[in-house]
Design a protein around this ligand. Structure first.
Ligand SMILES: CC(C)(COP(=O)(O)OP(=O)(O)OC[C@H]1O[C@@H](n2cnc3c(N)ncnc32)[C@H](O)[C@@H]1OP(=O)(O)O)[C@@H](O)C(=O)NCCC(=O)NCCS
Length: 156
């Protein structure tokens, strides 16, 4: 059976992360941005998932004082619905909580049903909207927050 590994992202992952982004987002981040995030941003934690040595997904968070700002979660289109995003989120949130960061926030498109369901299953709740946030189509962003007192760390 193919085993999934979740581990901290390293510089050697940057190219594959940037490629994955082109498959997942309308406005993907560049390799340079990922390199900066992974190697130079002291506030950032990035995780990657691997199956048989191939990168299948990543997730990132910025620790801003006592808040975790989740930057992105992405899973390769061929590898979805296998629990990879759930595994990445579990480790990401656990890492935040272990560092005393009990509240996490993120932005998501209201049309992104898959991501919304994922986040809600971890206890994220809608807390506001940023009008016209996404430049590609002018879609609003939902702002979601999760409070570490919520007992849903493990999802489901
Ligand atoms: C959103 C995304 C990260 C989910 O990744 P994934 O590995 O397929 O998700 P998982 O298999 O771990 O699913 C976890 C939960 O998310 C929800 N979910 C995932 N895909 C879904 C879909 N297509 N439709 C509805 N719910 C979905 C479900 O609640 C699921 O739990 P379940 O399988 O027990 O029903 C993936 O679809 C993706 O990369 N999308 C493009 C990038 C993106 O939009 N990222 C979020 C930016 S805010």
């Amino acid at each position: 059976m193919n085993e999934m590994i979740v581990r901290r992202a390293e510089e050697r992952d940057v190219k594959a992360m940037a490629y994955l982004d082109t498959l997942c987002f309308a406005a993907p981040w560049s390799e340079t941005s990922f390199r900066q995030e992974v190697t130079a941003n002291n506030l950032a934690l990035y995780l990657v998932s691997e199956i048989d040595g191939a990168l299948t997904g990543y997730a990132g968070v910025w620790a801003i004082v006592d808040e975790g700002h989740i930057t992105n979660v992405a899973v390769h289109p061929d590898c979805r619905r296998q629990g990879i995003a759930r595994a990445l989120m579990q480790v990401l949130i656990r890492s935040c909580e272990e560092a005393g960061i009990l509240r996490q926030t993120l932005e998501v498109r209201p049309s992104n049903e898959a991501a919304l369901r994922l986040y809600k299953s971890f206890g994220f709740r809608e807390a506001g909207r940023r009008k016209g946030y996404y430049e590609d189509n002018g879609e609003d962003a939902l702002i979601m927050w999760r409070d570490g007192e919520n007992p849903e760390t493990g999802g489901q």
